[in-house]
Design a protein around this ligand. Structure first.
Ligand SMILES: [Zn+2]
Length: 532
């Protein structure tokens, strides 16, 4: 008798016993019909284990089976030949600014391709404390319009605080704290994965640590995590090490896992501080505290002239108020002095590359602030003020040291993130750039890179059935060519899709096939199941 796989032996054995006529059954009989098979790739499961050659069987949006030599057991509607390619859990990006595009009228925006071509199948939105707490409404919109990748939501401290206090610079009353905690609770009930904060930004920076603890405690008690763009990444107020201490303090007192967004030491004054920051996190972890961070692999951050240079107090009330203050000679002098300090903190005007303009800012993208100042025949600080009088400018701010970047990247509690936002190549190319820097040009094993881009992120967010290739898990997969997976976006051309992703499968459906967008919108809003 010829060899048959188990499922066929059972099927044919039965008919043999009852009818004695198995040879009349068609060749494929006994095979299980499934939607999709990815065959012959090197499969990494997201745990950090080395890859092995295997097929991945996908049906009804889920991974049905992973193993070798499945062709006699399954019959698929479609199949992907992944020989020579890496098959991994779809990457998970814990920090993005994809919110607006995912809510766009334009389906091409909602396809979220800047992220998809990096191998990302799930983005987190609502970071930096900006996420609006009406999570159910976001999810309904994503479901009805359709989105390319999955999307998971954080409730932002910013809108929660503004709902209670407006943009006022003062401590909240007990009633206002109650209002904020109620909002945080309802956001968690609607499916948020945690609370995000951006304590550097006006008006969130008006909140003292105690206030943040009160709100974070609610999210913690409901199983959420605290995602923080720290109060200081440089020497603006409490310094970057002080900000790490504050974040850990919030986590301890609010009993909530802490996740530090885009960990970095920003500016020459704090270069080398990575060792102290890492030691603080390591000590907290050794004490049993849950602490993680994400990192994007770029030496430049992305910001605006206003946020990079202007003292916080002068931004109270927004750019309109700043312009009014500039009309008062005494205030203008104080602002100018503060901006000179800001320039020094950022390493000088030649470290700020304009990547986009807002309103009528008199500057050309592609110029550094130093070049713009020369063209205007002004001191750099006065060129910046001239820009702010008429608008604002997006800038890539070259302010990180390579050794700090490398030190953070080595930590096993640091995962890959993009902080993807308009005007910076990180939105289009962070994951492939991290792969190039760490694996191809570095010493990190591929399995570890995949883990820090998928499973480890799913764990910290709390996603119960994603981030790993396991039976029963959601079928989110990236199939990429390890020789070609690479960034193409640059600071000058920040919107070029990355190369090397051959196939991207989201909930069992192909978003990218043979390197091209399929036109599908298979993503889903992912909501935390919090019993409320
Ligand atoms: Zn941020």
């Amino acid at each position: 008798m010829i060899f048959r796989p188990v499922s066929r032996i059972i099927g044919s054995g039965l008919c043999l016993a009852l009818l004695g006529a198995c040879q009349t059954i068609p060749e494929d009989s006994g095979k299980t019909d499934v939607e999709l098979i990815v065959t012959g790739g090197t499969v990494f499961d997201g745990t950090g284990t080395t890859g092995r050659t295997a097929d991945v069987i996908i049906d009804d949006g889920r991974i049905l089976y992973i193993g070798a030599d499945t062709k006699d057991a399954y019959r698929a509607e479609s199949s992907i030949d992944a020989r020579g390619l890496v098959v991994a859990p779809g990457f998970i990006d814990p920090h993005t600014h994809a919110d607006e595009e995912l809510a766009s009228e334009d389906a091409m925006d909602r396809a979220n391709l800047a992220f998809a071509f990096q191998g990302i199948t799930t983005v987190v939105v609502g970071n930096d404390g900006y996420g609006k707490p009406d999570i159910a409404a976001h999810a309904d919109a994503a479901r009805s319009g359709g989105v390319g990748t999955n999307v998971a939501y954080l409730a932002g401290f910013g809108p929660i605080r503004e709902a209670a206090l407006g943009r006022e610079n003062r401590a909240p009353s007990a009633a206002e704290v109650a209002q904020m905690t109620a909002l945080a609770r309802s956001a968690m009930c609607e499916g948020a994965w945690g609370l995000s904060a951006g304590l550097y930004y006006v008006p969130q920076n008006y909140a003292a640590t105690d206030e943040v603890v009160e709100i974070a405690r609610v999210a913690g008690s409901m199983g959420g995590y605290f995602d923080t763009h720290m109060r200081d990444e440089s020497t603006y107020n409490i310094t970057v090490t002080g900000a790490v201490e504050e974040s850990l303090d919030i986590g301890r007192r609010a009993q909530i896992p802490v996740h530090i967004s885009h960990i970095k030491a920003l500016g020459p004054a704090v270069w080398g501080k990575s060792s102290e920051m890492i030691a603080l996190v390591e000590a907290a972890r050794a004490n049993g505290q849950r602490v993680t961070a994400d990192q994007y692999p770029w030496a430049a951050s992305g910001t605006r002239i206003s946020n990079a240079l202007v003292p916080r107090w002068a931004l109270e009330g927004g750019l309109g108020s700043l312009r009014e203050r500039l009309a008062d000679p005494a205030e203008a002098t104080r602002i100018r002095d503060g901006m000179i300090e800001g320039l020094a903190r950022r390493g000088g005007a030649d470290k700020l590359l304009v990547t986009g303009i807002l309103e009528d800012a008199p500057v050309t993208p592609g110029q550094t602030l130093a070049q713009a100042a020369e063209a205007m025949q002004l001191e750099p600080v006065d060129a910046a003020i001239a820009i702010l009088r008429q608008g604002d400018a997006r800038v890539a701010s070259f302010n990180m040291s390579a050794s700090d970047i490398a030190a953070f990247a080595r930590q096993d509690w640091v995962v890959t993130g993009s902080d993807g936002s308009t005007g910076h190549p990180r939105k289009y190319a962070s994951f492939p750039k991290a792969y190039r820097d760490l694996v191809v040009d570095g010493t990190m094993p591929l399995a570890r890179f995949i883990r820090r881009s998928s499973g480890a992120s799913a764990d910290l967010i709390g996603l119960p059935d994603r981030g790993y290739l396991k039976n029963g898990y959601a079928a989110d997969l990236v199939v990429f060519d390890p020789a070609k997976f690479a960034p193409r976006a640059t600071y000058q051309e920040p919107t070029r899709y990355s190369a090397g992703v051959r196939h991207l499968i989201v909930n069992g459906k192909q978003l990218i096939a043979d390197g091209d967008y399929t036109g599908a919108l298979p993503g889903e809003p992912l909501l935390k199941d919090t019993s409320c």
